[in-house]
Design a protein around this ligand. Structure first.
Ligand SMILES: C[S@@+](CC[C@H](N)C(=O)[O-])C[C@H]1O[C@@H](n2cnc3c(N)ncnc32)[C@H](O)[C@@H]1O
Length: 217
C-alpha cells in the first residue's frame, strides 16, 4: 500500500488510475479506464483537515455527540489524519471501540501518533483498506463517512459494504463538501445508497456541506 499510493501536494489522483491528463485548472489528474473521477485528498494536505480553524467551523464533539455514546462501536471511514477519530474515541469511552479506516497508510500513521499522544490507543484500531473494498467484519452502532464518498471509485458498491457493517439500528452519517459535490451529485449518492439497501432518515445541515443520516432499510 505504501508504495502504491504516493500522492504529491497539488496533484489530485485516483487510486485506480491508469491515465494522466491536465485538468481545466492546470493540475495533473489521473483517471481510470472505468471513468472514475474520484480524487483522493493527499496525506501531504492533512494539515488542511486537522487544525484550529476547522475545529471552530466544524466542532467535532458537538457534531458527533448526537450519534455516539459510551460503549459504542464506531467506524470512521476515510478518517484522514483523525480529525473526527480522536473525538469519537473520547465519546465512546473506555468500553467503546473506534475503527479508523483509510486507504493511505500515511493518514493512518497520523491517527496512530495522535492516539498515542492522547492516551487513546486502547480504543482505536487502524485499518488500511483498498479503494474498492473496506474489508472489515463488524457490527457498528455508528459509521461516519465525512468528505470521502466522492473519492470512492463506486459509491454504490461502497454503500452496499457499509450497510453490511451497520447494526440493525445503526446509523451512517454521510457529509460531503459543497465545493466538490453538487446538489444533483448528492441526490445521486442518496439514490445509490437507497439502491444498496439504506434509507435516508434525516438531513444533516452544516456550513459548506451536504449531509444525510442513513440507516438500514
Ligand atoms: C477529504 S479527506 C477527509 C478525511 C476525514 N474524513 C476528515 O473529514 O477530516 C478524504 C479521506 O478519505 C480517504 N479515502 C478516499 N477514498 C477512500 C476509500 N475508497 N476508502 C477509504 N478511504 C478513502 C482519503 O485517503 C482521505 O484520507
Amino acid at each position: 500500500m505504501d508504495r502504491a499510493y504516493k500522492p504529491i501536494p497539488g496533484l489530485c489522483f485516483s487510486p485506480t488510475a491508469n491515465t494522466v491528463r491536465r485538468s481545466n485548472r492546470g493540475t495533473l489528474v489521473m483517471s481510470s479506464a472505468r471513468q472514475h473521477t474520484g480524487r483522493v485528498c493527499p496525506h501531504q494536505a492533512a494539515f488542511l483537515l486537522d487544525n484550529w480553524l476547522r475545529r471552530i467551523l466544524q466542532p467535532p464533539q458537538k457534531i458527533l455527540r448526537k450519534y455516539v455514546k459510551q460503549g459504542d462501536t464506531v467506524v470512521d471511514l476515510g478518517c484522514g489524519p483523525g480529525f473526527f477519530t480522536i473525538p469519537m474515541a473520547r465519546l465512546v469511552g473506555a468500553e467503546g471501540a473506534v475503527v479508523a479506516v483509510d486507504l493511505q497508510p500515511a493518514m493512518l500513521a497520523q491517527v496512530r501518533r495522535k492516539a498515542v499522544r492522547y492516551g487513546l490507543t486502547g480504543r482505536i484500531t487502524c485499518h488500511a483498506c483498498q479503494p474498492e473494498r473496506i474489508g472489515l467484519a463488524l457490527a457498528a452502532d455508528f459509521i461516519l463517512a465525512w468528505y470521502m464518498v466522492h473519492e470512492t471509485p463506486d459509491p454504490g458498491v461502497f454503500f452496499g459494504e457499509v450497510r453490511s457493517l451497520l447494526k440493525t439500528d445503526g446509523r451512517l452519517l454521510v457529509v460531503e463538501p459543497k465545493m466538490h459535490v453538487s446538489r444533483a451529485g448528492f441526490e445521486t449518492q442518496q439514490a445509490e445508497a437507497e439502491a444498496a439497501g439504506l434509507v435516508r432518515l434525516a438531513p444533516w445541515r452544516g456550513r459548506m456541506s451536504r449531509g444525510m443520516v442513513l440507516g438500514r432499510a
